[in-house]
Design a protein around this ligand. Structure first.
Ligand code: BEZ
Length: 394
């Protein structure tokens, strides 16, 4: 039997070592790191959620499914892109499953729920898509990191591109929720600064896809061009309806790159030719890093990766860098956050760094649909950082 004295001596030794950061207390060192995936696995953003999940798992798989030497265990919640269930679903992972980190999500409204829980509980939160401004602006937090974009980042450079092509009067159309409104904000800033005028702003509630009346209105306005934010299944429907309404080829269509991302199959591509978008990734980026990533992803999942897969992959890469720096001891928050803040992420999109507010500083590419590809035409904005307005970190 172990004496009380032996127990005390052993405990003191463990605590001493743990405080030097050399080893973890025995129980924690053996315990698996609990990773919560909160993503949409049903609904209009299913493709996006699955791609984030795949990308994240692939990054971990490449490291033997270990974080800082520790095994991992996954917990999964389908958030259905349903904002009303955001807090409840995030709490399932934190309170019931006791996860060490939440990877999620796609929809900005749902992210508000995760963000509330992350700020209240201090759980590590890595956002692999949702671009809601507040998460890395006024409501930024030391434990919240994003590997995607802020909603206004991809559209900020779009306006100048349009004006340079002589399209000075535009209609803006989107789903009316945080992502659409904030993408509109970025578009407006860039477009007005370049000398453009927005003649009409149109919207419909997420995830409504009854575009007909709005397309009829666009046809009667006859703007120089249309710019928009849509994504996933809704984006595909918008492109098809735009063509069916006879607008394709008559009124040029622009958007943040989510409009065409991951959607250009045999059926959709004919309706999408010539659509110009701005985004922080394209499958056609010519680099060894992108080629290797695409090949490995295609082998592993028997499908092609898109920007959402890249963002999930980078969420994995970021967590790996952080966990490695603290030898798997995620409770060493100061060192963990410092490593994540200073990370240089070697992404298929190109290397990027973290802003002080914990959002990627990254290049935004100009792309045009040719065949079934978003072909890169150049860089629309170099090393673009979000303003991080109101964030007091760093
Ligand atoms: C969002 O809700 O933040 C979002 C969803 C899909 C693509 C881009 C942003």
């Amino acid at each position: 039997m172990t004496s009380r004295r032996q127990v005390l001596t052993q405990s003191a030794a463990i605590l001493g070592a743990a405080s030097t950061g050399l080893i973890l207390p025995a129980r924690a060192q053996n315990a698996k790191i609990r990773v919560g995936l909160m993503l949409p696995y049903t609904g209009t953003f299913t493709q996006l959620g699955v791609a984030c999940d795949n990308g994240f798992r692939m990054a971990l798989e490449e490291k033997g499914n270990k974080l800082g030497g520790r095994e991992i265990e996954y917990f999964k919640v389908d958030d259905e892109s349903e904002p009303a269930k955001g807090v409840e679903n995030a709490n399932k992972l934190v309170q019931r499953d006791k996860v060490d980190v939440i990877i999620g999500t796609v929809h900005s409204g749902v992210q508000m729920g995760i963000h509330k829980v992350a700020r209240e509980t201090g759980v590590l939160s890595i956002i692999p898509n949702a671009g809601m401004h507040a998460a890395t602006r006024a409501l930024c937090a030391p434990n919240v990191f994003r590997t995607s974009f802020t909603n206004s980042q991809p559209t900020r450079a779009l306006g100048k591109v349009m004006v340079d092509k002589g399209h000075k009067k535009a209609v803006w159309i989107t789903w009316k929720y945080a992502a659409g409104d904030e993408a509109g904000e970025g578009f407006k800033e860039g477009y007005l600064a370049a000398g453009g005028t927005i003649v009409k702003e149109l919207g419909l509630p997420f995830p409504n896809v009854e575009f007909q009346a709005l397309l009829t209105e666009i046809a009667s306005i006859k703007p120089d061009a249309v710019a928009c934010f849509f994504s996933g299944g809704g984006a595909s429907k918008f492109i098809r309806d735009y063509a069916a309404a006879g607008l394709a080829g008559k009124i040029p269509l622009y958007g943040s790159g989510f409009l065409t991302e991951g959607l250009l199959d045999d059926e959709l591509a004919p309706s999408a030719q010539g659509i110009v978008t701005t985004l922080h990734y394209s499958a056609s980026l010519a680099s060894k890093r992108n080629d290797a990533f695409r090949l490995a992803y295609a082998k592993m999942f028997k499908m092609q990766p898109d920007v959402y897969a890249v963002q999930g992959y980078d969420a994995g890469q970021l967590l790996i860098q952080g966990a490695t720096a603290v030898n798997g001891d995620l409770s060493n928050k100061k060192a963990l956050y410092a490593a994540m803040e200073n990370a240089v992420v070697d992404s298929p999109r190109g290397k990027w760094t973290m802003s002080k507010a914990h959002n990627p500083v990254q290049d935004i590419y100009l792309r045009v649909v040719k065949g079934k590809e978003n072909v890169v035409q150049g860089i629309a904005a170099k090393a673009l950082a979000d303003s991080g307005a109101g964030c007091k970190l760093g």
